[in-house]
Design a protein around this ligand. Structure first.
Ligand SMILES: C[S@@+](CC[C@H](N)C(=O)[O-])C[C@H]1O[C@@H](n2cnc3c(N)ncnc32)[C@H](O)[C@@H]1O
Length: 203
């Protein structure tokens, strides 16, 4: 399940949030061409506004994605009709694959902090099943954020669990991923109280 309050936030704010995310300058997309071989079939998990799928398509990748928020998916399809058959509703914990094809690469940007400790391990095992052997994974996780309360909630009530990148590195290694690279970055939306770590793995 997506956390209820987090789900409500994305449902209520889909239009506004999507427009905001579409304004992000670079984030993980800055590294697509460097890390993902050209022409690859790529899956974007928790694709939100659809911004990164559109960038992938513009770079010549065969991009697909899913997100559990029907409101986010329809806002993305309205903004970018090219996503029509490429963007589905689904959550990362789903045991039933949202797509029954395998991918050369997976990206998952700013999603894991919304998952409980119970769900992250399942999420990793699901990602593993989507990626071909030798495929790349780009994972973006928060490094710092100064408005998270003691219950791991943001002021807008979304679940936001700060875990150190090492926690994710160890977890993906446990599932057989080889850790390649960590890139620490300022927030692509220009917020000074937030920074991110991009972790690159190969399956
Ligand atoms: C901060 S947004 C990031 C969106 C996009 N990846 C980006 O980088 O702009 C978080 C997204 O994660 C999605 N999400 C939340 N829980 C999820 C889950 N269990 N499985 C997949 N996506 C989830 C939300 O619906 C939302 O679109």
């Amino acid at each position: 399940m997506m956390d209820n309050k987090t789900q409500k936030y994305y449902a209520d704010k889909a239009a506004e949030v999507s427009e905001y995310y579409n304004g992000a300058d670079y984030g993980v997309s800055k590294y697509f061409q460097e890390i993902i071989p050209s022409g690859s079939r790529v899956l974007d998990i928790g694709a939100g506004s659809g911004r990164d799928m559109v960038r992938l398509l513009n770079y010549g990748y065969d991009a697909y994605g899913f997100d559990p928020s029907p409101e986010m998916v329809s806002a993305a399809k309205n903004a970018f009709p090219v996503l029509d058959n490429r963007y589905r509703i689904g959550k990362i914990q789903s045991e039933v694959p949202v797509f029954d094809i395998l991918f050369d690469a997976v990206i998952c940007s700013a999603v894991f902090m919304h998952l409980t400790d119970q769900d992250i391990e399942l999420a990793v095992s699901v990602i593993k099943r989507y990626i071909l052997h030798g495929g790349k994974l780009l994972l973006s996780v928060p490094l710092k954020r100064d408005d998270v309360d003691k219950n791991s909630r943001l002021p807008d009530d979304r679940l936001f669990i700060l875990r150190s990148p090492e926690v994710y590195i160890r977890l993906f290694q446990k599932y057989g991923f080889l850790f390649l690279q960590r890139i620490d970055e300022d927030d692509s939306l220009g917020r000074s109280n937030i920074s991110w770590s991009i972790l690159v793995f190969v399956n």
